[in-house]
Write a protein that binds this ligand. Structure first.
Ligand code: BYC
Length: 481
């Protein structure tokens, strides 16, 4: 079969020749009903009978891989798509640097690989669960459609990891695949594996922040796994990254539109002080300081997803050739990090200071630094909107010591500027830095659904262009109840 095109003749669309891989096809078909049950129980609440204008991958050719059409979400063709195999690909880092990439799981690294695939897989359904209720309060049909696009593709990413588990990990892979459908975001007894995926996504501003900051962790982690010496994982992640870009676009443009609307409303009302929260809120838009608080929360939760700054797990995965660095092949060094060091942020005498550590154990820190740099880009755009409208206010990323639950700063409290403070001060002042219950209630009060084509809630601007170049009044979702 042609790897570029996807075979839609089996129940599970794929470009991995499932039709001739009977055992794996059977395992996946056996898993399918449980997945559909999970989608009905934990996927978008309502709208399952609505027609949604979604893109579906029909090819893995970067020049044209998706087609758009109306689909009912439960009928979405969740497929298994791997980027084309690179001929003679070599392991690009670690002890096995320069050896041919593995097409099968190397026995000695089986447990490590399985763990990373399971962690990656666990985040995908978790995000769908977190976003389950948002459809009910969508600010427009355009946004509703974007939410569902993100949801079905996270579902597909789960399929991608389940395929790897079922094809390459035998019985324990099948058990892990079942567990992925059993855990639930925020569940007391059986939560999702990583912290940020057990938090609530209560409103659309949180959704945009999540898709900007947490999906961007996904981007960094997928880039690192795309370097893997285990070729099927590399190829899977490479294609997932193609879809991931849209998720971050939803976040970045979503926040831009919220900021734009707030600034426009303030200007129209003649408000000169953007920190006059009561006055701004009275206009029915979200004030910039509250946007900053949401940003503080989601950025700090996402930083936790990189694990500890100094990590032997990360060093072992790199040495083994399983998980590389962001843009590994473009880095000019020995790709083994035998004598290299990397400056790691540590808490010394009550201050955050950079200290050189062996680069191998500092890989989480390095990836996190790459991530922070990537996060700044969107912020420059949001700040441009603010300054262009004539306001003197800047959104900023909080210090890495702020609000952390994992790593070097998990046992201390810090202000967004990185000043260490005691428990009492934190408890007294945290409402200034992360959204308070009252902020949540205010945002919730704005979350009334808008379902007329071409109409938008008053707290968000319309997008500059439509999806698939559709006109402004396009009916992205034909709502059926
Ligand atoms: N929460 O050596 P350490 C995405 C655990 S997002 C809870 O510091 P390591 C997406 C850790 O498991 C990307 N536990 O860290 C986005 C370990 O436990 P065990 C998802 C945590 O292993 C939006 C212990 O602490 N993909 O795709 O170097 C929507 C010590 O660990 C957390 C991946 O993450 C936490 N935050 O690094 C949809 C890639 N952090 O094993 C999707 C795969 C650490 O000792 N995962 N722990 O019991 C990895 O590469 C690594 O496992 C981690 C942690 C980066 C997560």
């Amino acid at each position: 079969m042609n790897i570029m095109n996807v075979d839609y003749s089996t129940k599970i669309p794929n470009n991995v020749n499932l039709a001739e891989d009977r055992q794996v096809l059977k395992a996946l078909e056996g898993w399918h009903p449980g997945y559909i049950d999970w989608w009905h129980d934990m996927g978008p609440d309502g709208f399952q009978q609505s027609l949604v204008y979604l893109r579906t991958a029909y090819s893995v050719d970067p020049r044209g891989w998706a087609k758009f059409d109306y689909v009912k979400m439960p009928d979405y063709r969740w497929g298994i798509l791997l980027a084309p195999q690179e001929e003679n690909r070599k392991i690009p880092f670690g002890e096995h640097y320069g050896e041919p990439a593995w097409q099968e799981v190397p026995g000695e690294y089986r447990a490590m690989l399985r763990r990373l695939i399971v962690i990656q897989g666990d985040t995908e359904p978790a995000s769908v669960e977190q976003q389950r209720h948002l459809g009910k309060t969508a600010p427009s049909l355009y946004d509703l459609r974007n939410l569902f696009q993100v949801n079905v593709e996270e579902g597909r990413h789960l399929w991608a990891m389940v395929y790897l588990l079922q094809k390459y990990f035998g019985r324990d892979g099948r058990e892990e695949a079942d567990e992925l459908l059993r855990r639930r975001s925020g569940d007391e007894d059986s939560p999702r594996m990583l912290g940020a995926f057990n938090e609530k996504t209560p409103d659309w501003l949180s959704f945009f922040m999540f898709t900007y900051f947490t999906d961007r962790d996904g981007k960094m982690q997928l880039h690192s796994l795309a370097q893997s010496g285990f070729d099927p994982l590399s190829r899977t992640c490479r294609f997932m990254l193609t879809e991931e870009a849209h998720h971050m676009f939803v976040g970045e443009t979503g926040i831009t539109r919220v900021v734009q609307r707030t600034c426009d409303a303030m200007k129209d009302a003649g408000i000169t002080d953007p920190t006059d929260i009561a006055k701004v809120r009275a206009l029915g838009v979200i004030d910039l300081p509250t946007i900053q608080k949401k940003l503080n929360l989601h950025y700090s939760l996402s930083l936790d997803l990189f694990g500890s700054e100094v990590s032997t797990n990360a060093a072992n995965a790199f040495n083994a050739g399983i998980k590389g660095r962001f843009h590994e092949t473009q880095i000019d060094d020995d790709h083994q990090l035998q004598n290299a060091t990397y400056p790691v942020l540590k808490l010394i005498d009550g201050e955050a200071r950079r200290v050189d550590e062996p680069a191998l154990t500092a890989l989480n820190m390095r990836l996190r630094d790459d991530y922070s740099q990537d996060c700044v880009k969107g912020m420059l755009r949001w700040n441009k909107v603010i300054s262009t409208t004539g306001y003197d206010y800047k959104l900023t990323l909080p210090n890495v010591a702020f609000n952390r639950a994992i790593g070097e700063f998990k046992d201390v409290h810090a202000t967004p500027d990185g000043l260490l403070i005691d428990d009492a001060t934190w408890n007294k002042r945290k409402g200034e830095w992360i959204p308070s219950a009252e902020d949540g209630e205010f945002i919730a009060s704005l979350m009334t659904p808008v379902t007329e084509p071409g109409q938008f809630a008053a707290w968000i601007s319309p997008p500059k262009v439509g999806i698939d170049n559709k006109p402004g009044d396009f009916e992205y979702v034909k709502i059926e109840t």
